[in-house]
Design a protein around this ligand. Structure first.
Ligand SMILES: [Ca+2]
Length: 148
């Protein structure tokens, strides 16, 4: 999978969101992220990483109760960067695989069923879910975060 250029991602953002992105600094634009990222393997699980930023603002796991392989969504604390996007969870490894998650750094998340923040979405105003709501297991493909 090839990683798209930030300018293309910006154009694809919904209008209301694009205005916020365009108002952000060049440094913040670097946090408009996607692509496959990297991964490191532990003894019994692999932790994937996508996005660029100083902190992990959310972690998604393949199994309920935060078990198995996971993906870290990297970015900035949500009280420092108003909107952040992860347009594609890693296709081969983590698309349609999330079964639990934790959210950090004053963020609230909206998870989408398809890439590029498309179609049905799930809003999480809390800080974690040990199990997905009915109909959302192994479904999410992209995510947006903003301040809680
Ligand atoms: Ca999906």
């Amino acid at each position: 999978m090839s990683e798209r250029e930030p300018s293309e991602r910006t154009r694809r953002a919904p209008g209301a969101l694009r205005r916020v992105v365009l108002a952000a600094s060049a440094a913040a634009l670097a946090l408009v992220v996607g692509g496959a990222g990297s991964a490191y393997a532990g003894a019994d699980r692999t932790v994937h990483r996508i996005g660029r930023g100083p902190v992990v603002v959310a972690q998604l796991w393949e199994h309920e109760y935060f078990q198995g392989d996971s993906v870290e969504l990297r970015g900035a604390p949500c009280d420092q960067l108003y909107n952040q996007y992860w347009y594609r969870l890693p296709r081969a490894d983590f698309n349609d695989r999330t079964s639990s998650y934790k959210i950090y750094y004053k963020c609230t998340f909206r998870f989408y069923e398809d890439f590029d923040l498309q179609h049905a979405s799930l809003i999480e105003a809390g800080t974690q879910a040990a199990r997905m709501l009915p109909g959302w297991n192994d479904r999410i493909s992209s995510a947006m975060a903003h301040v809680r």
